[in-house]
Write a protein that binds this ligand. Structure first.
Ligand code: CEZ
Length: 793
């Protein structure tokens, strides 16, 4: 069903029906588009806010990228109908909308393209889509081959849906001088100011072909006729009716009526995207298909763009899916987040910072600038805003208009990862202004103001106020009256402060002793008020009710406070064993670790909107991978390598592909949880590739599994392999040098033993690294005691 190809860079799926929502995504700085294997697509481009160029067939509410996107017959997509003119038989590629049974189907997700190979009626169809590097343009290539040894007449119909563009004004026509269908609209608005703000909107959608079509149709209703999209009347006719759209739902359909000789192939290219005016469309046509013919060049440029996502680590463990994911798809997804910030103009502050934690490994310069940008929007009180404005016309929207209290926490945590990877302590001396004051202070001072703000934002017990949410966005009613507190945030504040103390110790930076005291104080407050006997509560509401506790029939235990009590050092050895056991018992599932359990089935007014989400989805008890990866990270901190790996491995589909419905080419923000409440849907992927998980996953691979952690320009060696791996080969780029590391478990040693270029190294540190040099490193690890017993040695 699913196959990782030999180059290890592609993933292939051989059925259009077993995992109908499985797909892949492409993006550049202007746009992103997610294709599922059947040909449906969800795309958006920036102007500067996310906009559509292919719309639903009816008026669609504008929203941000959502999980579990619902597809339906007339959903936007890019399709190719193929008609055997001699027999009248029809199929569509890749699969929708005709959904005829095919002789062969292969959906192939590549790093910088997506392709399909379909065979039916003795005709082969090969389709590839890629993006331009810098423009919002989908670049399509189609090759149709007659597999027969006799000549045949075949009609080929590219059908790119356009959909309902606007209730004010929409139309479409075929423009012969552009060899394109151009649909035009006026984006609807009502306020007079909006007229002046919107003068440059790209309100046109075009489909440009390199080859002149036999016929065309621009009108969805006329094309479908009395039939429907699965077998439109337009296709039943000999040629398409050349009808435009005059305030009718536009469509872009072309027909190529062809005679094929035996075994003959014919190829076509198309460009699909948004434009402001026809001259722009003419320019695009000239650039890609005209004398300069830059189609190939642009494809190559896009490939180069995606190649920038290569990261500092390459592993070979023997687990093909895991290795491929870590070596290619993971850095690609990290780069997507860090380079285009999920295509928003006001990323949530915590997302922006954590996405740049990941970017510290791939493009440290980008991460550095992001930390400076974020801190230049801090208030002088130390408080961080809910979103970071990264475009001059941006404003805070959606969730960023709701006050959350955790944003300061992420500063030292993410900056620590950056410093460890780069040793660039000059960052801390950069002078940066505030949102509400032009005078500058150093990044170090900004971070300490953030920590001071966290400490000041506690109640008399020493617990952090939650306001309308912390890391958990929809936990909006625990503290909206101003009193409710968050166990997790208190622990996260302690961890953030401890992290800062560690950073200062590592890099010999002066730090006020009060910080260690503060962290201890916060941890103590949590232990006093939030330890519930077997685990920590999630918080205490405005009406002074603890939740996430044993007496709760729903939302009894939450994962985050447990993981962060490990990270912050709050938990005692004895209690740690208790809470780990409870996580195993109540939250662990074959698909991963649930964020809470049991999922809420009704509104709880002192917790909030989270409890109204469907049980097992998103924050209401799904396997929310971001929370699960925090847990994995905390497990590495206490040497629980086996458990940590198991949490990570379950983030990738394996022998349970069909239940997940997803390929292992990205980590989704969640898999359905509510494992005991809704077993039928448990494990199902949200298909949403926006998630803070990936930065942390990368960090867990580098610092945890491979254990090759930067520190003051040195490389610390402390690998933690899962039990089933007896060895791991790693190539690690660090500080300008390359390390070929062989990690081996052997009964020959009783403790970790390191050789560098054949020489025994007594410490676990590689110091005095010379840039440009390649180091051969051998790390011998003792076999775990239980294995020695099993093997009888
Ligand atoms: O959004 C994410 C946020 O982008 O939810 C996480 C949070 O830490 C991330 O910053 C956990 O709450 O209901 C909501 O508003 C949701 O909170 C979502 O929008 C959620 C989605 O998973 C989208 O990625």
């Amino acid at each position: 069903l699913v196959f990782v190809d030999d180059t290890r860079q592609r993933i292939e799926l051989y059925s259009p029906t077993k995992m109908p929502e499985a797909g892949s995504f492409l993006w550049n700085k202007q746009m992103m588009v997610q294709f599922n294997c059947r040909g449906y697509a969800v795309g958006q481009f920036m102007q500067p806010e996310p906009s559509k160029y292919a719309y639903a067939p009816n008026l669609e509410a504008k929203t941000f990228m959502q999980p579990e996107h619902a597809y339906y017959a007339n959903h936007p997509g890019r399709f190719f109908y193929i008609k055997d003119e001699d027999t009248g038989e029809v199929f569509s590629a890749p699969f929708a909308p005709a959904k005829m049974s095919l002789d062969y189907f292969c959906f192939s997700a590549g790093q910088h393209d997506i392709s399909w190979h379909i065979e039916a009626l003795n005709i082969s169809v090969k389709i590839t889509v890629s993006l331009s590097e810098s423009d919002a343009i989908e670049m399509w290539e189609l090759t149709v081959s007659n597999l027969d040894s006799k000549a045949r007449n075949v009609s080929i119909y590219p059908y790119f849906t356009v959909g309902y563009m606007s209730w004010m004004n929409q139309s479409a026509d075929f423009l012969p001088e552009l060899n394109a269908i151009v649909a035009t609209c006026i984006s609807p608005y009502q306020k007079v100011e909006e007229y002046f703000e919107r003068t440059n909107l790209k309100d046109k959608t075009y489909l440009i072909a390199d080859t002149k079509p036999t016929s065309w149709c621009c009108n969805q209703k006329v094309f479908e006729g009395n039939s429907d999209v699965s077998f439109p009347e337009g296709i039943k006719a000999e040629t398409l009716e050349q009808i435009n759209s005059l305030y009718e739902v536009p469509a872009a359909v072309m027909q190529y009526q062809e005679s094929f000789k035996a075994k003959q192939s014919k190829s076509y290219r198309f460009l699909f995207g948004p434009a402001e005016h026809n001259q722009q469309i003419a320019d695009i046509r000239d650039k890609y298909f005209g004398t300069s013919n830059l189609f190939e060049q642009e494809k190559h440029n896009y490939e180069q763009y995606i190649k920038q996502s290569s990261g500092p680590i390459n592993i070979e463990s023997g687990d093909t899916v895991f290795d491929q994911f870590v070596n290619y798809w993971l850095p690609r997804q990290v780069f997507y987040h860090g380079d285009v910030n999920r295509l928003t103009t006001d990323p949530q502050t915590r997302n922006y910072l954590q996405d740049n934690l990941g970017m510290s490994y791939i493009s440290p310069q980008t991460a550095r600038q992001a930390f400076i940008t974020a801190l230049s929007q801090q208030n002088q009180t130390g408080e961080m805003p809910d979103g970071i404005l990264i475009h001059p016309d941006a404003s805070l929207k959606y969730i960023n208009q709701v006050p959350h209290t955790d944003h300061c926490v992420w500063l030292p945590i993410c900056i620590q990862a950056y410093l460890n990877e780069t040793n660039d302590i000059s960052l801390l001396d950069e002078l940066v202004p505030f949102a509400d004051n032009k005078s500058t202070q150093t990044i170090k001072q900004h971070i300490e103001l953030a920590l001071d703000w966290l400490v000041a934002s506690c109640d008399e017990r020493g617990l952090s106020y939650i306001a309308q949410g912390d890391w958990c966005d929809p936990m909006n009613m625990v503290g909206y009256k101003g009193k409710g507190v968050s166990t997790w945030l208190t622990l996260a504040s302690a961890y953030a402060i401890n992290t800062w103390v560690d950073v200062c110790a590592d890099y010999q930076i002066d730090i006020n002793l009060k910080y260690s005291f503060f962290a201890g104080f916060l941890n103590q407050a949590v232990n006093k008020h939030c330890w519930e006997g077997q685990w920590y509560s999630r918080g205490i509401s405005d009406d002074n009710i603890s939740f996430g506790v044993g007496d709760d029939t729903e939302g009894r235990i939450y994962l985050n406070p447990q993981s962060w009590a490990i990270l912050s050092g709050a938990v005692s050895t004895e209690n740690k064993a208790k809470l780990l056991a409870q996580i195993e018992l109540q939250l662990n599932t074959p698909f991963g670790t649930m964020m809470l359990a049991p999922s809420y089935t009704k509104m709880r007014e002192n917790v909030g909107r989270l409890t109204q989400k469907f049980p097992g989805t998103a924050e209401n008890g799904s396997i929310y991978n971001h929370a699960a990866i925090f847990y994995a990270y905390s497990l590495f901190k206490i040497g629980e390598a086996e458990k940590a790996f198991s949490v990570m491995r379950k983030m990738l589909p394996d022998d349970n592909f069909i239940q997940r419905g997803q390929l292992p080419n990205f980590i989704p923000n969640y898999y359905r949880g509510a494992f005991y409440q809704h077993p039928r849907t448990a494990g199902r992927s949200s298909q949403l590739f926006n998630t803070g998980t990936v930065s942390w996953f990368y960090r867990c691979v580098i610092e945890g599994i491979a254990g090759l952690v930067g520190n003051k320009g040195d490389l610390l060696i402390k690998p933690q392999l899962p039990n089933q791996w007896s060895k791991l080969n790693v190539i690690r780029a660090f500080n300008g040098a390359t390390f070929n590391v062989e990690i081996l478990k052997t009964k020959k040693v009783s403790q970790q033993t390191v050789h560098i270029n054949g020489n025994y190294e007594a410490s676990n540190r590689i110091a005095n690294i010379t840039a440009g040099k390649t180091y051969q490193v051998q790390v011998l690890l003792p076999l775990p005691p239980e294995l020695i017993i099993i093997m009888g040695v």
